[in-house]
Design a protein around this ligand. Structure first.
Ligand SMILES: Nc1ncnc2c1ncn2[C@@H]1O[C@H](COP(=O)(O)OP(=O)(O)O)[C@@H](O)[C@H]1O
Ligand SMILES: [Mg+2]
Length: 457
C-alpha cells in the first residue's frame, strides 16, 4: 500500500520539499493576513467616521433654541446607544450664556468643545468620559449671533473591539487554511516521490534475490535509470558467466599438459643424477594440480554473483546430501534435525550452500568415530544456524589455525586434497555466511550462521 505520510529523513528529498512548501505556505498566509487586516481596517475606519459625521449633522438638524432661550432637541437622536449610560457614544451641545445640553449616556465628564470651532465638520482624537474618543464637531450661529458648538464622540475602543474581533476570526481561519495546505502539500510530495520509494523497494528485492531485474513501470524521469540499471545488471551477469567459463576452460586445458609433465618427471626420478630435479618438478606439478582443482571448484560455484531469484529451503537442501554421505561413509551414522525451522528459506544459491554442507559433512564423516550430526536452528530475527558435529578427535590448536589454507592436510592417512576447507571458506564468504570450526569436549564442530542484512527486513 502507498504510505502517504512517511517520516522525512534528514537530507531527504521529502524533507527539502516539505521545508520549501512550509516556507511557501507561511509566506502566502502571512501576506493574505497582512493585506486582509489592512484593507478591513481602512474600510471600517472609513464607514465609522462617515457614521459619526452623519450623527453630528443629525444632532445639528434636531437642535433649536426654544422660547425660554434654552437649547433643546426636537426629538431624541435615532441611535439608542446615546441613551445608555457610559455606552461610549456621547453628544454635547454648548453655547455661550446658555445651559449646555448632553446625551443621557454622558452621566459624567464633558466633551472638549474646541473641536467645534468652525461651520466645517472637523474631527480628532480627544479624551472622552470613558477613555480616548473619536470626536466630531462643528459650530452654527444661534439667534443672537452666538456660536453653538455641536460635538459627538465615540470611544476609540469601540472601533478597536470591532477590528480585534475580525483579526481574531481571520487568524483562526488562516491558521486552519495553512494547516490544510501543509497537509495537502505533504500528500502531494508523497504522491510525487512514490515512484522513488517503489524503485528503492525493487532494488531491495533485487538484492535479496527475489527478482531478476528492477520490476515495475516508472515515470519518464526515472524510467531511463531503471532501464539502464537493468541493462547493466544483465551485462554484468553475462560477463561473469563468460569469465567463469573461461576460467574453467583454462583450468581444463592445463590438465593434460600437466599430466604429461608429471608423467615425464616420474620417469626422470628413476634416472641417476636427475632425481633432485624430478622431485622439484613433481612437487611443483602437484601444487599446480591443486590450484587447478581449486579454481575449477570456484568456477563451478556461483560465488560473488547476487543470488538472483535464488532461495535455499531448510532442511530440504540437506536431505540428499545426508543420503549421499551415508553411502560414502557407510560405517558412520548420519542424522539431521531442524526443530523450529519449519520450511524456512534463506536467500543464498542452493548449489553453493549444498556444496558447503557437503564439504563439512564429508570431513565430519572422514574423521568421526561413529556419528555425525547436522542441526539447523532458527530464531525470530531470521538468523539461521547450521552446526555439523562429529565425535572424532578434532584438531590441535595449530592445526585449526592452518586448516583453511589451500592444500593443507593434517591427516594424510585419509584420502583428500586439502582443498575442502579452503573452498568452504571462500563459498561461505561469498554467501555472507559465518563459518567457524571448534573442538568440542566430545568431538568437533563446524558452525555456519546466516544473518539477514538490514535491508532484507
Ligand atoms: N571434522 C574434522 N575433524 C578432524 N580434522 C578435520 C576435520 N575437518 C577437517 N579436518 C582437518 O583439516 C584438514 C583440511 O581439511 P580439508 O581442507 O577438507 O582437506 P581434506 O579433507 O582434503 O584433507 C584435514 O586434512 C584434516 O586434518
Ligand atoms: Mg575435506
Amino acid at each position: 500500500m502507498m504510505r502517504l505520510f512517511q517520516r522525512p529523513l534528514p537530507g531527504s528529498l521529502r524533507l527539502r520539499f516539505l521545508l520549501a512548501i512550509t516556507v511557501w505556505v507561511v509566506l502566502g498566509i502571512s501576506a493574505i493576513w497582512l493585506s486582509a487586516t489592512s484593507i478591513f481596517r481602512t474600510h471600517v475606519e472609513h464607514s465609522y467616521h462617515e457614521e459619526l459625521e452623519v450623527h453630528v449633522r443629525e444632532l445639528g438638524g434636531l437642535t433649536r433654541v426654544n422660547n425660554d432661550g434654552k437649547l433643546e432637541l426636537v426629538r431624541p437622536l435615532s441611535d439608542p446607544r446615546y441613551i445608555e449610560p457610559l455606552s461610549g457614544f456621547y453628544w454635547q451641545i454648548t453655547a455661550d450664556g446658555r445651559e449646555p445640553l448632553r446625551s443621557a449616556s454622558m452621566t459624567r465628564g464633558t466633551l472638549d468643545e474646541q473641536i467645534a470651532h468652525s461651520p466645517q465638520i472637523l474631527h480628532k482624537l480627544e479624551n472622552g468620559p470613558t477613555g480616548p474618543a473619536i470626536t466630531y464637531g462643528f459650530t452654527r450661529k444661534g439667534p443672537k449671533g452666538e456660536d453653538i458648538h455641536f460635538v459627538i464622540a465615540t470611544d476609540q475602543s469601540e472601533l478597536n473591539r470591532l477590528l480585534d474581533s475580525f483579526t481574531r476570526d481571520l487568524t483562526l481561519w488562516l491558521v486552519m487554511l495553512g494547516l490544510l495546505l501543509l497537509a495537502t502539500g505533504l500528500a502531494i510530495i508523497s504522491f510525487g516521490l512514490h515512484p522513488l520509494d517503489r524503485l528503492a523497494q525493487a532494488t531491495a528485492r533485487l538484492r535479496r534475490g527475489e527478482a531478476q531485474e528492477l520490476e515495475g513501470n516508472y515515470p519518464a524521469e526515472i524510467a531511463p535509470l531503471a532501464e539502464n540499471l537493468n541493462a547493466y545488471i544483465k551485462q554484468n551477469s553475462e560477463m561473469i558467466a563468460r569469465a567463469r567459463v573461461q576460467a574453467g576452460n583454462l583450468a581444463h586445458s592445463l590438465r593434460t599438459p600437466l599430466a604429461v609433465i608429471t608423467d615425464e618427471a616420474e620417469r626422470m626420478a628413476s634416472r641417476k643424477g636427475c632425481a633432485e630435479s624430478a622431485r622439484t618438478l613433481l612437487d611443483q606439478g602437484r601444487a599446480m594440480e591443486q590450484q587447478i582443482e581449486y579454481q575449477l571448484a570456484r568456477a563451478r560455484s556461483s560465488a560473488g554473483q547476487p543470488a538472483v531469484g535464488q532461495v535455499t529451503r531448510i532442511p530440504d537442501v540437506a536431505l540428499p546430501i545426508i543420503n549421499a554421505m551415508q553411502r560414502l561413509h557407510p560405517d558412520k551414522q548420519f542424522h539431521c534435525e531442524a526443530a523450529g525451522c519449519g520450511m524456512r528459506t534463506i536467500p543464498v544459491d542452493t548449489v553453493d550452500f549444498a556444496e558447503l554442507l557437503s564439504i563439512l559433512l564429508d570431513n565430519a564423516g572422514k574423521w568421526a568415530r561413529q556419528s555425525v550430526g547436522l542441526a539447523f536452528s532458527c530464531d525470530g530475527h531470521g538468523t539461521l544456524t547450521a552446526i555439523i558435529t562429529d565425535d572424532g578427535a578434532g584438531m590441535s590448536a595449530d592445526e585449526l589455525a592452518s586448516a583453511f589454507e589451500l592444500g593443507v592436510r593434517h591427516d594424510p592417512a585419509k584420502p583428500g586434497s586439502g582443498l575442502g576447507l579452503a573452498i568452504a571458506r571462500d563459498i561461505a564468504h561469498d554467501l555472507k555466511l559465518e563459518l567457524t570450526l571448534r573442538n568440542e569436549t566430545d568431538g568437533f564442530s563446524a558452525t555456519l550462521v546466516y544473518r539477514p542484512a538490514r535491508s532484507d527486513s
